[in-house]
Structure formats: C-alpha cells, structure tokens
Design a protein around this ligand. Structure first.
Ligand code: SF4
Length: 705
C-alpha cells in the first residue's frame, strides 16, 4: 500500500479534518534510481520510515521525481529547495510557529506552501504583494492542484480571491445614482450605462470584468464599495451586496488569497475596533502566509498611519449634498454648514507649507501658533456639520455615516496637527490632480512599525510564514525581523534552483567616477552604449531616479542602434509587451520595473543598474527612521540604509535570470560596491554570480571577438 497526498486531501475536503494516517513501515515509494538529489533525502526502501520523517514522506512523494507533481505538471523539475520549503512550512503550521524563508526565483515556492496549507486542514490567508501573483495562485496553481489531487473531479479546494473593496461595485450607490443621476459628460453617461447593464449579470461585482472601463474612471470612484461610505448591515442592499458575498465566500473557504494592502487595511480596522469582533472582512485564520514579504514594512506603515487630504473634505461635502438633495432634506442651515466646511478646508490647506512631492512637516508647532484660529475654524465647521446632520429628523441611514465621517476627520486632523507621538513622523505630500487641481495630503506614519506588528499580528497569530526571493542580507534575517517586530521565527535560506555561476556574469566597472559626481552621467552613458553593443541591446537599464533616467536616455538617443523604450511613454504592461515583441529592444526605467517584472528568454539578456539603490535620504519617512535609529544609539547606515538597499538591489538584479535556461549580464555602474567597506555587504548578499571588473570578460561571455 502506498500513502499518497490525495488521500489526505480528500479526507480534509470531506470535512473530517483529522490528521493523515501515517504510512506503514516499509511501504513508502520506491526510490527512483539514478537521481543525485534523491539519495540523501529519503531513507532506503528496505528501512522503516522513522517516526519523525513520516510527514515528510508524503510531501516527498508529492514533490520528488516519480511523485504526483512529476506525473501531473508539464514542466516538472525536481527542486530540492521546493521540497525543503514545503517541509519547513508544514512544520511551522503544525508546531504553530512563525517561519521566515528566502526562496529564490525558480524555487516554485507557491506550490511549496500551498501543498502543506491544504494538508494542514487550517483556514489560511495568503497575502501577496502583486496582482500577478494573486492571479497565478488563484487561476493557475489552485486549479492545477485541484486537478492533480482530484483527477476524477471528486473533490474541490475551497479557495477565494479577495481584492480591496474599491475593486467592487457598491449596489446601493449605483441604485442611488439611478434614481438621481449626477453624471458629468458623455463619457460618464456611457460608462454608467455599461455598469448598470453589467450589474444585472455579474456574480462578483469585480470591476476587472469590465474591460472597457478605463483604470482612472471618475465614475467608478463614485460607486465603488469603499469602507468609509458603507452602511454595513443597515444598508438596503446588504443581502445582495458584493462585499457581503465576498465575506461569505471567505468564511466558507480554506484558502483566502488577498494582497498586502487588503490584509493590513483589515488588520488596522480590527485594531481600531478591538471590541467589535465582526470588524473587518477577513475571517479568523489559523495561519497567514506573506509572499513577497519584503514589502511588508512600507505597506503596513501606510495602514497604521493617518492621512487627511483636501480631497476628503470635498468628497464628504459632495456626498452629503447629493444624498440630502435626493432625499429633499437640504435645508438652508445645512447648505450653510457645508459651505463653511468647504471654505474653511480650502483656506486651511492653502496655509500649509509649500513644497513639492513629499516633505517633512517639522514646523507644526510654529504653524499652529500662527494659524491656530484657522485650524479651530475648520474643526468647528466640522462640529457644526456633524450636529446639523445628527439633528435631522427621520434621516436615512447614510446620514449617520456622514456624521461619523465628519467626526473622524475632526479626530484625525487633531492628531495630525497636535499629536506629540514620538513614534510618528508628520509630513505633507502634494500630488497633482486632474484639471489643474492639487491634492494635498497631511500624513502621519509610524517611524517603527515593529512594535505595532508585534502586538497586533505576530503575538496574536499562531503561525505566520514570511517568504520572498529577497529577505536575507548577508545570509541573515536580522534586518527583516527587527524592522517587522518578528522576534521569534524559524529561519531558512533555501538553495537556489539556478546555477548562477554559469548563468550570469556580474560586471562592475572600476574606472567610472562616483555616481554622486557631475561627471558620472556622461561616462555612464558611454559605458552603457558599449555594453549594449556587446549584448546587442536586449536589456533593461534601471535607474534610481527619473532625472538620471531622462539624462542618460537623452544622451543615448540617436546614438544607439537599438529600439529604445522609455518608462512613461506608455503604460507599464504595454511597454513590457513591446519590449518582449521588439527584437534587441532596450528599456529605460525606474523603480516600478525593479520588481514584479518577468521576461524570460534571450530577449532580456542584460540588466544594468546605475547606482546602489539607497532610499532617498530626504524622504520624510526614511529621514525619520534614520534619525530615530541613530538617536537610540544604533547606526542607521548599517542597520537600515545598507540592508534596505541590498534588498532592493537583489530585486532589481532578480529580473535577469527567470528560468534554468536564462543567461546574461548584470551590471552595476556604481563602483562603491568595490571601493567602500559596506560594498562587501552587497556582494555577499547577491547570489553567487560569476564576477568581473574587466570588459573583455564581458565580451567573451557574449562570444564577441
Ligand atoms: S453594504 Fe455597503 S458596500 Fe454593500 S451595497 Fe450597501 S453600502 Fe454598498
């Protein structure tokens, strides 16, 4: 008798979530001869399986040569790291421990965690950084496993894929709009008609089904299911609500796929409503797997912070006005209250310090001394609006929601202007909106999210698995664990599936000037030209700033013999598609192309990076973190800036080798990696590429005479 994974899973799917039967001694799969990977990880077939290995045998039988995966997956290869990761995840799930595991490209990590998740019988949330990975899990990996485990269709994996609330239609808002359409322009009317027709047939309310709706549709923003405008159970459309339905599906699912934004939005709602057990839309889970976990700090920081913009005041006033007009309740005094909020908000935001992009708001105290009356005026206008709304008799349910939003704005504005919290950095961001409008955001971000995540995530969860291709720095997880507050966790850096030494050559030119000097751009452009002649284009040239990208691009325009693509000339997906289809193309891009981009094959044979990707030191959040670490007696450069840049560099270089058959050149034009003491940390953290400082070796690598 053999013991197969499908037996375990069928047992679980039929609701008896008991532990799998152990295989009888002497009965595990016969080892497959001639495979070098095999011999050291499985006992001989003539030996009884020791107790401690019983669980592993089943995972082994799934992932090993001759196992279920090899028989069902068209592109099967045995990957030692994949099996090790599956074993580590299973152990973490069983022992209720946290695990942090670095698994490089090619490990096949999604199956390595999905299989133990299915075997565990627990409800597990899988949170990812990108939509691509969510779609891979839901549309490819889970159907594949279902087919592999239940080839006769006798079972089903219970999984669901949840997106952020603003991806779904709010039926209530659409119906309200139908009663009293407030649409601007022909385009909006057309979109409205398409959405109204689609609402009658869709089962999900997910806007991705509406391919014709532009990404930046202003109408969608008015009718999406965002939480701040939701009436919850008091809504007249509650029973048919897509969010209610999504929540119900999640409650019935064993695997719930979300992105980090949804996960942390939900966690922060739950944290704020500690005594409301139903707060949030994600159900309780036995474990959470964070894939692409290198993004957690930044995303968590944004959800545990506070943000108030001039747009939020305008949106509240507009929503109140539309609703009260529809309900014939817009009195003169309410109109006056709305007018006052609008005027006061406009005045207050106009007084804020000027500046471009993101900058620290270090003069809050002085600002309040000078403009305290305007701040109080805005607060009072909100109080007045709140009371006017509360005093309305026989008011519809949404009016309570408006009063709550007015109060929330008041509290948050108070925190932003008056809080002395030492673990918070206060800053301003100006973004250009449509039609010459400027959106101004007052922001408060935790300087250190570690204590928050420790208290409300890692101390409460039984098991968290953090994985990514880039988590370790110099082979250690200390940086990541410290930044995230993950005090106790098993750790694993998995062996790579790729032979980096023969697949990739890493070239750093020793003779270029320091990238911080004005001479750098011209000489870097010249070296890029020479390198692209050797590689015959087929390259990504990645920059740490738009200014440097545009400068080098302009210098090479008309000089290079290859098609040149520039970030910003078309949407990202269109540019990538063009790159894939254009022989010898060269793409010039910045940070958004450093991760989540996958171009396999010869078309991408070279990745050039202009400089070590240190975060911009003047960024208010980065600057506050640096200051805080130094003030606590640490060394921010070595404890924060270098490790963060190492992770980013690994991400950028990770674009090149995406399969066993890829081969190519990696270039870092910043030779501080060779000359500075800290350069070693970068070198030791990168995969074992063959390294050179000699252009001749680059030519030899590409067979150029
Ligand atoms: S419950 Fe909330 S999201 Fe759902 S239809 Fe009602 S208001 Fe919209």
């Amino acid at each position: 008798m053999t013991f197969s994974l499908s037996e375990v899973t069928v047992t679980k799917i039929h609701g008896q979530k008991r532990r799998a039967r152990a295989p009888a001694p002497h009965t595990h799969a016969t080892p497959i001869g001639g495979n070098a990977y095999y011999s050291d990880s499985v006992p001989s077939s003539s030996q009884p399986v020791p107790d401690t290995r019983k669980r592993d045998v089943s995972l082994y039988q799934f992932f090993a040569p001759g196992g279920l995966l090899s028989r069902t997956h068209p592109a099967y290869e045995f990957r030692r790291g994949q099996l090790q990761m599956a074993q580590a995840v299973e152990q973490a799930l069983e022992e209720k421990r946290h695990l942090i595991v670095e698994a490089g490209t090619g490990t096949g990590k999604t199956l390595a965690y999905l299989v133990p998740v299915i075997r565990s019988g627990k409800r597990v949330i899988i949170s990812t950084g990108t939509k691509n990975l969510q779609e891979q899990l839901f549309l490819k990996d889970i159907p594949f496993l279902e087919q592999a485990l239940f080839p006769g269709g006798e079972g089903k994996l219970k999984a669901c894929y949840m997106k952020g609330r603003n991806n779904y239609l709010c039926r209530k808002k659409l119906y309200d709009l139908t009663d009293q359409p407030v649409l601007s322009g022909l385009e909006e009317i057309e979109h409205y008609r398409a959405i109204a027709a689609w609402e009658k047939v869709t089962n999900t309310g997910d806007r991705s089904e509406l391919a014709s709706l532009p990404e930046a549709s202003a109408l969608w923003h008015k009718i999406d299911a965002r939480a701040d405008t939701c009436l919850g159970q008091k809504c007249s459309a509650w029973d048919r609500c897509f969010i209610t339905e999504m929540h119900r599906k999640a409650m019935e699912s064993d695997i719930i796929i979300v992105n980090h934004h949804l996960f942390f939005a939900d966690l922060s709602i739950k944290q704020q409503a500690e005594y409301a057990p139903d707060a949030g839309i994600l159900p309780e889970a036995g474990a959470v797997i964070f894939d692409e976990a290198h993004e957690l700090e930044d995303i968590a920081g944004s959800y545990f912070g506070v943000s108030v913009s001039n747009g939020r005041f305008e949106e509240l006033c507009r929503d109140v006005e539309v609703s009260l007009q529809r309900n014939h309740m817009l009195s003169a005094s309410l109109s006056g209250a709305l007018k006052s909020v609008r005027e006061r908000a406009m005045f207050f935001f106009a007084l804020l310090p000027t500046g471009d992009g993101r900058f620290a708001f270090e003069t809050r105290r002085e600002f309040m001394e000078e403009n305290g009356d305007e701040f109080l005026g805005l607060q009072q206008a909100l109080t007045r609006l709140g009371s006017e709304l509360e005093n309305l008799s026989s008011k519809p349910e949404e009016v309570f929601n408006f009063a709550r939003r007015a109060q929330e704005l008041q509290v948050q504005l108070g925190f932003l202007m008056e809080s002395e919290d030492r673990n918070t950095v206060f800053w301003i961001e100006r973004r250009r909106g449509g039609r010459d409008k400027q959106n101004v955001f007052l922001q408060a971000t935790p300087i250190d999210v570690a204590p928050i995540l420790k208290a409300c995530l890692f101390d409460k969860l039984e098991c968290a698995v953090l994985t990514s291709a880039t988590l370790a720095v110099g082979g250690s997880f200390e940086y990541m664990r410290r930044r995230l507050g993950l005090d106790y966790a098993r750790e694993s850096v998995l062996p790579s599936h790729f032979d980096y030494e023969s697949q990739a050559l890493f070239y750093a030119p020793p003779d270029l000037p320091d990238p911080r000097t004005p001479q750098f751009a011209a000489q870097a452009a010249d070296r890029i030209r020479r390198l692209l002649e050797i590689t015959r284009g087929r390259a990504f040239v990645l920059f740490t700033s738009y200014a440097q990208m545009n400068d080098v691009y302009t210098r090479l325009l008309g000089v290079l013999d290859f098609p040149m693509l520039l970030q910003g000339d078309a949407p990202k997906t269109a540019l990538l598609e063009e790159f894939r289809l254009t022989p010898n193309a060269v793409l010039f891009a910045t940070s958004s192309f450093w991760q989540g981009v996958d171009v396999q094959g010869e078309q991408l044979s070279c990745v050039i990076i202009d400089r070590l990707p240190f975060a911009v030191p003047s960024d208010p959040v980065v600057a506050a973190r640096v200051k805080s670490i130094d003030a606590d007696g640490g060394n921010a450069f070595f404890q924060y800036q270098v490790p963060a840049a190492v992770i980013t560099l690994k991400q950028g270089f990770g674009r090149l080798i995406r399969s066993l058959h890829d081969r190519g050149l990696l270039v870092l034009l910043d030779n501080r990696i060779l000359k500075k003491q800290y350069g070693k940390v970068f070198v030791e953290s990168l995969p074992p590429y063959r390294r050179t400082t000699d252009l001749k070796q680059v030519e030899e690598f590409f067979g150029v005479e």
